[in-house]
Design a binder for this molecule. Structure first.
Ligand code: ADP
Length: 496
């Protein structure tokens, strides 16, 4: 066994650990708390109030009141935008602290937390602050003697359930559009990473968000999460997480009050490298596509298809690069690979590695836990992976790369699409004709040509097939949080 990764004291303290309801931090009705752990060493960071159904009931009452009687949906878009801009400014003022808190709770390298997670969250909130006063309906020229117009109205009380891999980004992606449209929100962060969501709630309050408009309820999925999905007083639910739980959320929504559902779920995204690709680019992109965030990314390039002419050289180079990956305390500068989120995830990923070995994939490097403290796992590469192996079919959500060989374009289209998922895909080639044609043939919500993981608050993101329903980011996300009202009035005959 290898030595433990040495980690220093966390350079941040935790301020908010209670449920945020009606603008106040409160204990759970049950008085229960749960532990949020430091993934670097498995030690306790803080005990956090644990929401359950009773707390969701209370949050629904206050969010309902804030929607039905409060100023929020009645404010002009301009006024809502001003508060959201202020919220973004406060996130920016506290960016370093938020980044440190994110690293403490999640384990990601702090530079990335600061310049990817927190930076993108700020941008997201600003983009939606900017939309708040630009949401309008249309006039409709009807076929009869009536005139029609549409009003775009907020849906009401919105439930949002988010995962642990990009905790603050998920908060921004969810609450940004929901609040811009005038909804009130009950947000459940993942039980592994509740801290930045609670911090953000406090900043939203300081920005002037009225009480009850944003409620943050840390808790577990089968209790607090299910209570949200099942609640008759919640008008819409948005979920990001696994496909399995997404299905449960949709069933619960259908069984309760038929609340509309938007889902951002799993993926098994192909990254296709053609013989003519720039080798350096292909190698760097593949490395980023899979190892970024320790592989805990829904759109990770988790099936790397390399054309036969480039296969051997590519394999050599990608292995060299993986060996250079700096593993360590994510608070230390220059570290690019931190721990996985928790013990459960570590065991799940290790079991995929075992299955890859058993099914005959070629383990090129990695494969083991590092030390015994914390949840560090070596960057791992499997070559000669076959389509029907479990590691090629199922989402691993860890630093395990699968490399597959292909011959022809006909073959690759068929193989790339042979999955229940359709979140993203990458293509590396110098041939623009091939890239254009492939980007039409591949059934996925995002296609990256000669780049990967390039997301933007203005660019729609979401899945085909079982990777989800609906789109987030950009103008498309507004549709998840608005409903359309048609208003009709007679157009009376007149002599003029
Ligand atoms: P992951 O595999 O990334 O942890 P999950 O889908 O398990 O993803 O979790 C994503 C979010 O869904 C978390 O906030 C989790 O607490 C929540 N969740 C888990 N199970 C349920 C459930 N049955 N109903 C509602 N939410 C759930």
């Amino acid at each position: 066994a290898t030595a433990d990764i040495q980690v220093g004291p966390a350079p941040v303290s935790v301020k908010y650990t209670k449920l945020f309801i009606d603008g106040q931090f409160v204990d759970a009705v049950s008085g229960k708390t749960f532990e949020t752990l430091d993934p670097r060493n498995g030690e306790l960071i803080a005990n956090v109030a644990e929401a359950d159904k009773e707390d969701v009931d209370i949050a629904v009452q206050v969010a309902r009141k804030a929607f039905d009687e409060g100023p929020w949906p009645r404010l002009s878009g301009y006024e809502r935008g001003r508060i959201l801009f202020k919220f973004a400014d406060l996130l920016e003022q506290h960016a370093d602290e938020l980044a440190a808190l994110e690293t403490l709770d999640n384990g990601k390298p702090v530079q990335l937390a600061r310049f990817v997670d927190v930076a993108e969250s700020i941008k997201l909130v600003r983009v939606y602050a900017g939309y708040a006063d630009k949401i309008s309906g249309r006039t409709v020229r009807m076929s009869s003697s009536y005139q029609g117009h549409t009003l775009l109205e907020p849906i009401g009380v919105v439930g949002q359930i988010i995962p642990w891999n990009f905790p603050l980004v998920m908060v921004a992606m969810k609450v940004g559009p929901a609040l811009a449209c005038g909804n009130t929100v009950i947000l459940k962060p993942a039980e592994q990473t509740p801290l930045t969501a609670l911090y953000a709630a406090q900043l939203a309050k300081e920005a002037g968000l009225p009480p009850g408009v944003l409620n943050v309820l840390p808790g577990f999925g089968p209790t607090a999460g299910a209570a949200i999905a099942n609640h008759n007083g919640i008008d819409k639910v948005a979920f990001t997480g696994s496909t399995e739980v997404g299905r449960e959320v949709m069933i619960a929504a259908a069984k309760s009050n038929l609340k509309p559902v938007s889902l951002e779920l799993g993926g098994k995204s192909p990254l296709i490298i053609l013989d003519d690709a720039d080798l350096d680019l292909a190698v760097t992109l593949s490395h980023l596509a899979l190892f970024f965030n320790q592989g805990q990314v829904c759109c990770a390039g988790s099936r790397i298809f390399v054309q036969e002419g480039l296969y051997n050289t590519f394999l050599e180079r990608i292995t060299e690069l993986a060996k250079k990956r700096v593993i360590g305390d994510p608070f230390q500068g220059g570290v690019d690979h931190g721990p996985l989120i928790d013990q459960i995830q570590l065991e799940r990923v290790v079991s995929y590695i075992e299955s890859g070995k058993k099914e005959g994939a070629n383990l090129v490097i990695g494969g083991s836990q590092i030390g015994s403290k914390g949840y560090y796992l070596e960057p791992t590469i499997f070559a000669d992976v076959q389509d029907n192996m479990k590691i090629a079919e199922e989402e691993i959500f860890g630093p395990v790369m699968s490399i597959l060989k292909f011959k022809s374009l006909e073959e690759i289209v068929q193989r790339a699409n042979n999955t229940r998922y359709g979140l993203a895909a990458g293509i590396v080639t110098k041939n623009i004709d091939v890239a254009s044609r492939l980007s039409r043939s591949i059934r996925a919500g995002t296609i990256w040509i000669n780049c990967y993981h390039v997301l933007d608050p203005s660019l729609p993101f979401g899945g085909y097939k079982m990777s989800g329903i609906g789109r987030e980011n950009g103008e498309y996300a507004l549709q998840n949080y608005l409903q359309v009202k048609a208003v009709v009035s007679p157009l009376v005959d007149s002599p003029w």
